[in-house]
Write a new protein. Sequence first.
Lengths: 730, 227
Amino acid sequence: MEVNESLALEHGLKKNEYKKICDLLNRTPNITELGIFSAMWNEHCSYKSSRLHLKNLPTKGKKVIQGPGENAGVVDIGDNDAIVFKIESHNHPSFIEPYQGAATGVGGIMRDVFTMGARPIANLNSIHFGSTQHKKTKSLLRGVVRGIGGYGNCIGVPTIGGQTSFDESYNGNILVNAMTLGLVKKNKIFYSKAAGVNKPVIYVGSKTGRDGIHGASMASAIFDEKIEEKKPTVQVGDPFTEKLLLEACLELMAGDSIIAIQDMGAAGLTSSSIEMASKGKLGIELNLNKVPCRELNMTPYEIMLSESQERMLIVLENGKEIEAKKIFDKWNLDFSIIGKTTNSKKIELFYDEKKVADIPVHTLVENSPMYDRKWKKTKLPKKNKINKDSFKNLKILNVLNKLLSNPNICSKEWIWQQYDHTVMGDTIQKPGSDSGIVRVHGTNKAIAATVDSSAVYCYAHPLTGGKQAVCESWRNLISVGAEPIAITNCLNFGNPEKEENMGEFVECVQGLGEASKYLNFPVVSGNVSFYNQTKDKGIKPTPSIGGIGLIKNYKDMVTMGFKKIDNVVLVIGKTEGHLDQSIFSRDVLNIKNGPPPEVNLFNEKNNGETLLSLIKKKFVRSAHDVSLGGIIVAVAKMCIKGKKGIKIKKPKQLINQFEYMYAEDQGRYIVEIEKENYKQVKEILEKNSVHYDELGVILDKDIVIDDKTKLSIEDLILSNNKWLKKYMEA
Amino acid sequence: MNSSIIIFPGSNCDRDMDVALKKFGFKNKMIWHNDTELPKSDLVVLPGGFSYGDYLRCGSMASKSKIIESIIKFAKSGGLLMGVCNGFQILTETELLPGALLPNKYSKFICKNVFVKINNTENNYFKNIKKNILELHIAHNEGNFFCSSDQMKNINDNNQIALTYCNKDGETDDNSNPNGAINNIAGLFNKQKNILGMMPHPERMIDTYLSGDDGSIFFQNLITNLK
């Protein structure tokens, strides 16, 4: 096949990029080489639009063992234990084929984690769908949930938390972000950097087929009406083989025969081999006839670009081949020596004894394009003056009842009951809590994890929204009594070639960086997904933040259900009454413009750290952060979880009751304390200049504001629980 | 007491079961599916998971594995053999227990707490157990027990129903049946009551910080009965 500019364009490369390839090689690439360049230089693999901005994120910290740039981030949790974790998107494939797209998303992220030597101990996910009225939403949601469950349940890793949202901006482009945490001993972490010349390069796992060819390029393209034709680019997952691969890899890793290991994810054998060579400043030579293939007559081009799942590339120490092969034989997995490391600093591929590719590694990696794309700043919108008359016809608890069945607030039990969340026997907080929590097996330690994003805020003002997402993650960890350690992020945005979308990205990342720096909550891994767009319609900017925290003794964790009648309930943090961009303004008053609530990082940190100190002193019986829906929704959820009620005092605030109850001001928590500790708690809060309001006392059932304004817990539970089940099963 | 857990490729509750058995005093050994001999055991457990991927009928591949002959021999000679979840499916596929486990009624995976009533305490598993209703955890896609009416008659005649799904007061009704199982059957014995298959996972309920602690009652009682 003749390689020319138009073929390069068909591969998703730009004219100038094709020219650069010819210049770098000093010749026209052949078809295999063109395929390799297109895979390595697409947005998904090269981060060409985002690299410049990601550099500014804080990635270091006392507990950070490995920041971005490896298969996943690694943090220290003491006693020679470390947590490996990362979040990754699988948006485009999931829209085309929801079951397989979501399933292989989960499979891919778990592989990233066990590639580093860690046994996966928890999964989470952040999934976003179009309007509940949209004709595809139900089937996409059903398929994605089945896919996530189908893969995670089979491997036997609990899915302990997540986030689901509905917004019409995802009508033509859903988001599926999967996160995995793994546990490893600090001295047994494996990396992808090859070292030494003439070391055998081993292929293990599933055979290579024609599935997923050009998956990474598809992930970097905009959808049009022909998306159905892209189905063959979606990979097909086999969780059983992944389970075998996991066990076989961990068995091999117990010894000392591995120099480097890398999973074959996006762009398959191409990116895995090049990454190992590039990091080790080495060359690599592969004989493609040795690659185990599932189909007949696969060409070098197809072998190099296949995204068949459940495969790994390993550089072994010399002489360890037989020992390693025995392990993979035991687990019935393919094991093939397909090449060796060289000192040529080139990737050299052979097929039928002919050289079919010869590319200097640096041209694929260091010389890959990097763009300083044009971007547009988003001005802070003007605040709405909300006319108090608009509250006149509303009853405070009727609104609450309605909001509890809002698709974005209602219980997501229908979803997470389809995920095995208890396998491995260490899940001590399930989905539906502020954070999911798993014990570090056999110890007193536990790890809390949460995924959060607030696309509505990011759309209104990306800088504030970026900060807010990090703060919400921090709050969800604090609420369960965990010390926040670090985050991973999955940045889902529209078309970077459009100034507005690029601006959303740049400013969200800026906000995210500011907050994580201030809170000492560094970013240790992540991924960027651009082109979340159908024709010219982009999604709302959606940075998903996956945060993890440590609880030193799991018995000290805090849950959100109210515990005991007569205990005092406080609101920590100040309520200013900010309604713009709240779910109350948007879905009840139908006001969709205005700025998101301001994020004050000083208050955020001070309130959070003070609450954590109260938890450590064992003063806090239950806690929950205030987010979507404000104080009253937060309190209602604590009532539902604890099957208790509350008598709410009329707030002393000067603001209107609706503003007080439904505002989404940041940096706030609801906490329950025993009466006899109230004085001491007050002293600590005052000493630390933390604003608090006394909200009320716990009752046995109803939420009561006054004699005429009350609602039973049974009604709350019904409103909260039934909506999604009815929507999906009607 | 010596116990053995069989590990099939794709088993994923083997470690959890190992932790539980050891916590209550069993000396446990892990046995690989390709082995042909069982060590001397007072209890053999087929754990939960997706043996061989369960791409065919759940448990059917495992029922043809190398170790299975010695398991059948062990059970036929009266040895205590327990299958949980995928283990229960394997027991029906080997025909050590009657019936079959079909996909759940609403054809989705279900992971949640359920209540089960103990129907028969004349056996080593439940003799002297201090609670009649246990809160246990299920996590499966194929737990909808089904059998022919002849088989059902035999099951009833021989008092083989071990556990039935019920509400917290012990009433067996449709609302408390999570998967559509015939007669709310959650667990089943063979005629001699030395083989027990059950969908719920007692090994996930062994301390108060987990979804519950009733699994502890089960294991504690079991080892006491065996001593």
